[in-house]
Design a protein around this ligand. Structure first.
Ligand code: KIV
Ligand code: NA
Length: 252
């Protein structure tokens, strides 16, 4: 699983053959320049989800329910879920936290597949910070129970973020739904990373669990070269200029 946020990244993820695309609310940071996912709105998720879908029509696409749109008031949450699912043509919605179990159930009953997200849930960073979760015996036991709860509530998949790898392995074994890890070690059923992290594209921070497979910082060199060539009169050369001449025919 890889995140994508717009038409070209969706298209690239599909061309690369990724199994699942996540339109993550991490788009708040990666493409909108906010410093957390808390700023991201339902409209933002709709806008980006629709763009990704246009680039990746044949890939299973999960769209995040943003902060404040789920787990607050069940009736309104449900309206948000219906809108987001319908308008983006997502295959599933992802919802953070075990407290949303009733909403997971309601969505499932109404035909919306839900991916649960436990461990570090970035929408709650104000409470948890950005650090390894479930690092104590009590928290680990709670997480094991929460994972069972979201599965029982109908979740079709579970994302586990920033937890000890042996705990992630146990939860993956315990559950029958696929478990996708990020910062959760090698023993989950799948992995997810953020597009901009994988490609080193406009990100300053590299969390421990991120591996860079490409380097888009070379894009800056390309932009500099363009700027220099225009200033030096090198671009556009004849190769990039239409051959048609008109001024012989024009009275000027
Ligand atoms: O928003 C996101 O990118 C995510 C993944 C990191 C799991 O939720
Ligand atoms: Na997210």
């Amino acid at each position: 699983m890889l995140t994508a946020y717009d038409y070209p990244s969706g298209k690239q993820a599909e061309q690369a053959g990724l199994d699942i695309i996540l339109v993550g609310d991490s788009l708040g940071m990666t493409v909108l320049g906010y410093d957390s996912t808390v700023q991201v709105t339902l409209d933002d998720m709709k806008h980006h989800g629709k763009a990704v879908r246009r680039g990746a029509n044949d890939t299973f696409m999960v769209v995040d329910m943003p902060f404040g749109a789920a787990g607050v008031d069940e009736k309104i949450d449900m309206q948000h879920a219906v809108e987001l699912y319908r308008e983006t043509k997502a295959n599933a919605l992802k919802i953070e936290g075990a407290h949303t179990a009733p909403l997971i159930k309601k969505c499932t009953q109404n035909g919306i597949p839900v991916v649960a997200h436990l461990g570090l849930t970035p929408q709650s960073f104000g409470i948890t910070g950005y650090k390894l979760q479930a690092a104590s015996k009590e928290e680990a036991e709670t997480l094991i129970e929460e994972a069972k709860l979201v599965e029982q509530s109908g979740a079709v998949m579970l994302v586990l973020e920033a937890i000890p790898s042996d705990l992630a392995a146990t939860i993956s074994r315990n559950l029958s739904i696929p478990v996708i890890g990020i910062g959760a070690g090698a023993d989950t059923d799948g992995q997810v990373l953020v597009y901009h992290d994988v490609l080193n594209y406009g990100v300053d921070r590299k969390p421990k669990f991120v591996k860079r497979y490409g380097d888009f910082t070379t894009g800056v060199d390309a932009l500099k070269a363009y700027h220099e060539e225009v200033k030096a009169g090198v671009f556009p050369s004849p190769e990039f200029t239409y051959k048609k001449q008109i001024m012989d025919e024009v009275d000027a």
